[in-house]
Write a protein that binds this ligand. Structure first.
Ligand code: GLA
Length: 376
């Protein structure tokens, strides 16, 4: 139903894109009255304490997330060993641009070193010891960056699609209150103005949605602070549906948190069941667009992006931020997932840093919606 409603409006948006006479706006300018627009930057942009982020990124976006460099494995690979240089450069970069700086992620079942869960003899540590190590990680980050990091993904990907908790080292040592303990520690150690977020993929699946809503309500009833939910948004051309996305935005907002679309990209390549199981062999049918997309695909992707942004605008009061996972198609993780070495086109900027039709559609959606007042 929503599709039929949005399509005529979007067709005119795309026509207007071609005919627009206004000077081009940046994404952040177009959405400045609605929500933050972010990008995620790989560690390669931060070398020897310096940033190599192109200047246009600072203008297009007003929020940044580090892809890896604050994850436990990257930041603190050995006991007492901290890789501060890149992390400092990342935070300095975000602050220098006036961005809303995201910390990603305090506790995740991936990219966490084994030593975190072991003592010197290689035995699994106790619940109390693990809680202490978690606290030390948060305290170190709080001392170093404090409110210069505006929000933290406190826990990443702890729920399964069916609403059960994911089995991990965290749950095997801590038990079912792992997420609650993580949020309690974050609230105690980080400054009060730092927002605390639960982040996950497939947040449109009913089982996961229900579990996350129940968790938020439980935390609020117990006085455990949670400020936001991150719907990662690794989406395809036709899934999830707009209705599914809307149901989750509404459910999380009704539970009393802000919604962050935290890792948005739109995959245009085929997925097969074998590939999802990690088939390592790259066959030509897995990688059909090595020398460019078919003529109609960029417009189809533009319509998909515009439909999503039209929905997000409808819920702008509930949405704090929309972050793309990567800067350009060339640096997207989807070139290597679920199989290495593909040529994917999931973002708004192409391999030459040029805005794609999807960028026009997203920006022009705002121009059409508010022709006289949305610009700077
Ligand atoms: C998940 C994580 C991100 C990143 C992506 C893949 O979504 O939250 O940190 O690792 O996978 O790039």
């Amino acid at each position: 139903m929503k599709r039929t409603f949005l399509f005529p409006a979007l067709a005119s948006v795309l026509v207007l894109a071609a005919a627009a006479t206004e000077p081009p706006q940046t994404l952040r300018q177009a959405y400045q009255k609605d929500f933050l627009i972010g990008t995620a930057l790989g560690s390669g942009f931060f070398k020897q304490g310096m940033t190599a982020v192109p200047a246009w990124a600072g203008r297009q976006f007003n929020s940044t997330t580090p892809c890896d460099l604050l994850k436990w494995q990257s930041y603190n690979p050995q006991p007492g060993v901290y890789r501060h240089q890149k992390a400092d450069a990342y935070v300095d970069y975000g602050r220098s641009q006036g961005h809303y700086v995201v910390g990603h992620a305090l506790f995740w079942h991936k990219q966490v070193p084994e030593w975190v869960f072991l003592d010197e003899k290689g035995e699994t540590i106790s619940r109390e010891q693990l809680l202490q190590r978690m606290r030390e990680r948060v305290r170190e980050l709080a001392n170093r960056y404090g409110s210069r990091i505006n929000a933290w993904d406190v826990v990443n990907e702890a729920w399964l699609d069916d609403g059960h908790m994911r089995d991990s080292h965290w749950t095997s040592v801590l038990g079912d209150d792992f997420i609650e303990q993580a949020f309690r520690i974050a609230a105690q150690e980080l400054p009060a103005d730092v927002e605390l977020i639960y982040n996950d993929f497939n947040m449109t699946k009913p089982g996961k949605r229900k579990a996350v809503v129940a968790m938020i309500r439980d935390f609020k009833a117990k006085g455990v602070r949670i400020d936001g939910v991150g719907m990662q948004g690794h989406w395809g051309m036709d899934h999830p549906t707009l209705d599914q996305i809307e149901a989750s935005i509404t459910a999380f907002a009704d539970a009393g948190v802000k919604v962050h679309i935290s890792e948005l990209d739109i995959d245009v390549l085929p997925r097969g069941p074998k590939m999802d199981k990690g088939d390592a062999v790259l066959r030509p049918e897995h990688n059909p667009y090595t020398s460019g997309l078919p003529a109609d695909m960029p417009q189809k992707q533009a319509i998909r992006y515009a439909e999503i942004f039209a929905l997000l605008l409808k819920h702008r009061d509930q949405i704090k931020r929309v972050t793309f996972w990567g800067l350009t198609d060339g640096d997207s993780w989807l070139n290597n997932h679920p199989i290495q070495g593909r040529t994917n086109y999931p973002l708004l900027f192409d391999r030459n840093n040029t805005p794609k039709p999807a960028w026009d559609a997203v920006v022009n959606l705002k121009r059409t919606a508010a022709p006289s007042g949305s610009g700077p």
